[in-house]
Design a protein around this ligand. Structure first.
Ligand SMILES: NC(=O)c1ccc[n+]([C@@H]2O[C@H](COP(=O)([O-])OP(=O)(O)OC[C@H]3O[C@@H](n4cnc5c(N)ncnc54)[C@H](OP(=O)(O)O)[C@@H]3O)[C@@H](O)[C@H]2O)c1
Length: 263
């Protein structure tokens, strides 16, 4: 096995993080940068905190044409893509179970969580296969296995489909030199999560700590006693895309502090 340099192990690698301007995506982008990679991030809006070392390309990936434009821009600017992190995920549909949801709710959720990664994979894979080299990560969720029907029905179904698709894709392209992996986080303590807790607390006239406990209870408890920090998820992804994980492919890694109660 070649000698590995953990500090600069992604030097020379061209990487793209979707939804890389906020939350977990931002932490992943910073981790890749720290490992020496060239980092491209995409989202609908420019990052609030500019980082001149990252290349921001605007896109709304729920639209097929924006996905195609992104693929063309990355390949024409850099000539290739080595590592694709499909981090974008969205759950904005109303709570209230099946009857509260329209076709539009289902379609918009499937566009962002399933079809956006499917389209980007399709756009970037030919040059990865040609070079017999590349890593694709799909960020799913424990809700792919632990759905909460009252609040996130289409989100959970779309993540289950993403996990299944990721495995199929791995079976197809691993023999051609491309590793494909899924990471299914549990609750992550992003800025958006913190704001959401504040909102729950305000609406229920409770403290943020009580709201936090309420969310953990709804998940059936988190044995670790807290959500993951975005940097903890990013650290794991930094490992998965590195040469240290050269034999890993086709696996769905659950990273949830023990939340899912089954094996
Ligand atoms: N947070 C959690 O507790 C949790 C738990 C399990 C799994 N996950 C998964 O982890 C991943 C990251 O979630 P997060 O909570 O860290 O995200 P987040 O903080 O909500 O950030 C979402 C990112 O995606 C971008 N984005 C949203 N819609 C987009 C679109 N249509 N096209 C392009 N970019 C778009 C956002 O920027 P703009 O708004 O500017 O576009 C932002 O950069 C997702 O796949 C999520 O499902 C999260």
């Amino acid at each position: 096995m070649e000698q590995l340099n953990f500090n600069n192990e992604l030097s020379g690698k061209i990487t793209l993080v979707t939804g890389g301007t906020k939350g977990t995506g931002r932490a992943i982008a910073e981790r890749l940068l720290q490992a020496g990679a060239t980092v491209i991030v995409t989202a609908r809006n420019a990052p609030e905190k500019e980082n001149s070392n990252m290349h921001f390309i605007p896109s709304d990936l729920s639209k097929a044409e924006d996905g195609q434009k992104l693929v063309s821009e990355v390949l024409s600017t850099y000539g290739r893509l080595d590592i694709l992190i499909n981090n974008l995920g969205s759950s904005v549909t109303p709570a209230g179970g099946f009857a509260a949801l329209t076709d539009e709710d289902w379609e918009s959720t499937l566009q962002a969580n399933l079809l956006a990664p499917v389209r980007l994979d399709r756009g970037f894979l030919p040059q990865m296969i040609e070079r017999k080299s590349g890593v694709i990560i799909h960020i799913a969720s424990i809700q792919g296995k632990l759905p909460l029907y009252d609040s996130t029905l289409p989100y959970a179904a779309s993540k289950a489909a993403l996990i299944n698709y990721s495995k199929s894709l791995s079976n197809e392209v691993t023999p051609k030199g491309v590793r494909v992996l899924t990471v299914s986080p549990g609750w992550i303590n992003t800025t958006a999560s913190k704001a959401w807790l504040g909102e729950i607390a305000r609406n229920a006239n409770s403290t943020v700590e009580e709201a936090r406990q309420g969310v953990m209870d709804a998940l059936g408890g988190i044995p670790f006693g807290r959500p993951a920090e975005p940097q903890e998820v990013a650290e794991f992804i930094g490992f998965l895309v590195s040469p240290r994980a050269a034999y890993l492919t086709g696996t769905n890694f659950v990273m949830d502090g023990g939340t899912v109660p089954t094996i």
